[in-house]
Design a protein around this ligand. Structure first.
Ligand code: 9PG
Length: 509
């Protein structure tokens, strides 16, 4: 856009509202309640005044939910490191309400929702004030959908329009056992063999080995705790009758990794020419591969070809947002396009039938490539995060469930994974109400996973696990946070936002 660029002014009538706008051109009408604006910037005046705004996090861990415009915005505050890791730090608005790709305003009586959502990449941002709903893009890479109507209908219309442009997943995960939420990084070959043996006969489809198997993040070879190599473990899992799944963070590396030492030129750079710090975890900053380099693409192809050779056909790809950060790459391509090209390349390497679960994925640019995506921060066997109680992206069941309840509308694009369910009461601080809520959210989101070792469950918990894994519930939504599951009313308002209802639980704080 040149500095003298003058946007187009007009008035759009949609869903019974008359909205003055500034945009790159006239909107195109799809039907009485939906119009499409050209790529670029768009601003609309709205009549709702001080009302609730839906903001959407950029990646899996970024906060999503409704907030009153006159109150503080929903965002990650007070920690630049967490903001960099869990949301779109570059477009953060500390004093204003905004989120990534899509935003919506509820009329004060909640009868009407006005949604503005991006239909393409370019790091689209949507924000609102009590008079204005605005959308911006770093580059004009896609049109905008404006929809007016009942809340779940407008989100459904938006998700369908994104699916039409960017595609949707095709594989189903089935029921997943993951090592993370019981073993964390403390996994080894004998331990996993024992865990897999105990899982025999349980109705799981996938056993997914999480972080802890690799030599170092960036060096995707088995470490010394896996003396038979990953092929040995892959065989253990498939011989027990399960599909073998593996965690990888393919685009990042810790500074001490061999791949960093051996290939100093492979990394996205910051403006000073140093490797860009792409986030923080494992007590360290980490770097991100410049996926626009042919040598890096060859490297990624080798990593995945090798992992498939070990017998794994389900991959949890983590921290992948790093490939979509702003930085200096060898090719001049917008960061979200660079990301999408990189994950599309992995998809091409592994083929159509491998299940790709994304974690820490930028949500919109992942549509059409991933089969499933994590929709919130890490669930834990406790409700709230005492260390950072005001960080909506912090670990804990409350934040994880809250985030996921606000992302169920993404289901036309991919399977939505709210993270593991806990059946165990041992080694868990969740009370029975919280434990049930975690289970119900997973049922509602349609992704069933746990990490409980069978040995940690008592006979009734084992029965409950089996029953849940085999159930095929009928789910009806009756309110923003209210559902009926097989005839049982489930109102999760107390989980979704403590502004709306007090918790029925004693320590749901
Ligand atoms: C393995 C874990 C598990 C887990 C993933 C991911 O925002 N953060 O700083 C942040 C750090 C770690 C994290 C998520 C977010 O955990 O979600 O399921 O696979 O990696 O290390």
């Amino acid at each position: 856009m040149s500095p003298r660029h003058i946007p187009h002014a007009g008035l759009v009538e949609v869903g019974g509202l008359r909205l003055p706008f500034l945009a790159e051109g006239e909107p195109r009408r799809l039907d009485g309640s939906t119009v499409v604006f050209p790529a670029g910037q768009v601003s609309l005046l709205h009549p709702f005044g001080d009302t609730d705004f839906y903001r959407h996090g950029w990646n899996s861990w970024g906060p999503s939910g409704w907030r009153r415009l006159s109150g503080p915005p929903l965002r990650i505050e007070g920690s630049p490191e967490r903001l960099l890791t869990a949301d779109d730090a570059r477009n953060d608005t500390p004093a204003a309400h905004s989120g990534s790709a899509v935003g919506a305003l509820a009329s004060p009586d909640r009868q009407t929702t006005l949604l503005l959502g991006a239909l393409g990449l370019g790091a689209p941002r949507v924000g609102a004030t009590t008079t204005c709903l605005w959308g911006t893009q770093e580059v004009p890479a896609g049109e905008w959908l404006l929809a007016v109507g009942e809340e779940s209908a407008v989100f459904g219309t938006y998700a369908a329009a994104v699916a039409e442009r960017l595609g949707h997943g095709r594989n189903r995960a089935g029921r997943v056992w993951s090592s993370w939420y019981s073993q964390y990084e403390d996994i080894d070959e004998p331990g996993l063999r024992g865990l897999v043996a105990d899982l025999r006969g349980y109705p799981f489809d996938v056993i997914q080995v999480d972080d802890g198997w690799e030599r170092l993040v960036g060096d995707w070879q088995a470490n010394a705790k896996f003396p038979s190599g990953m092929a040995g473990l892959g065989r253990t899992i498939t011989d027990a009758g399960f599909r073998a799944g593996l965690w990888l963070a393919p685009f990042i590396a810790l500074p001490g990794a061999d791949v960093v030492r051996d290939h100093p030129d492979w990394w996205v750079r910051d403006d000073d020419g140093s490797p860009l710090v792409a986030g923080y975890n494992w007590g360290s900053p980490y770097y991100c591969l410049d996926t626009t380099r042919p040598a890096v693409r060859d490297h990624l192809a080798r990593v995945f070809t090798e992992a498939m050779g070990w017998g794994f056909t389900y991959f949890k790809l983590d921290f992948v947002y790093a490939a979509a950060l702003a930085g200096v790459r060898s090719a001049d391509v917008h960061r979200e396009q660079a990301y999408r090209d990189a994950v599309a390349w992995i998809r091409q390497v592994v083929g159509d039938d491998v299940y790709l679960l994304g974690s820490g994925v930028p949500m919109l640019p992942s549509a059409g490539i991933f089969d499933g995506v994590r929709t919130g921060p890490d669930v834990m066997a406790f409700w709230d995060n005492a260390e950072r109680p005001h960080d909506p992206s912090g670990v804990g069941a409350k934040n994880a469930m809250r985030a996921s309840l606000h992302r169920r509308w993404l289901r036309p694009l991919y399977e939505t994974d709210p993270d593991a369910v806990y059946f165990r009461r041992r080694r868990s601080l969740l009370d029975d109400t919280q434990r049930q809520a975690v289970q119900d959210v997973a049922t509602i989101l349609g992704f069933k996973a746990t990490s409980d070792p069978i040995a940690w469950l008592d006979p009734s918990e084992r029965e409950e696990l089996r029953a849940w894994l085999t159930a095929d519930e009928t789910i009806t939504q009756t309110g923003r946070y209210a559902y009926v599951l097989d005839g049982r009313p489930v109102d999760l308002s107390w989980v979704a936002d403590d502004a709306y209802a007090p918790s029925p639980s004693t320590n749901a704080g």
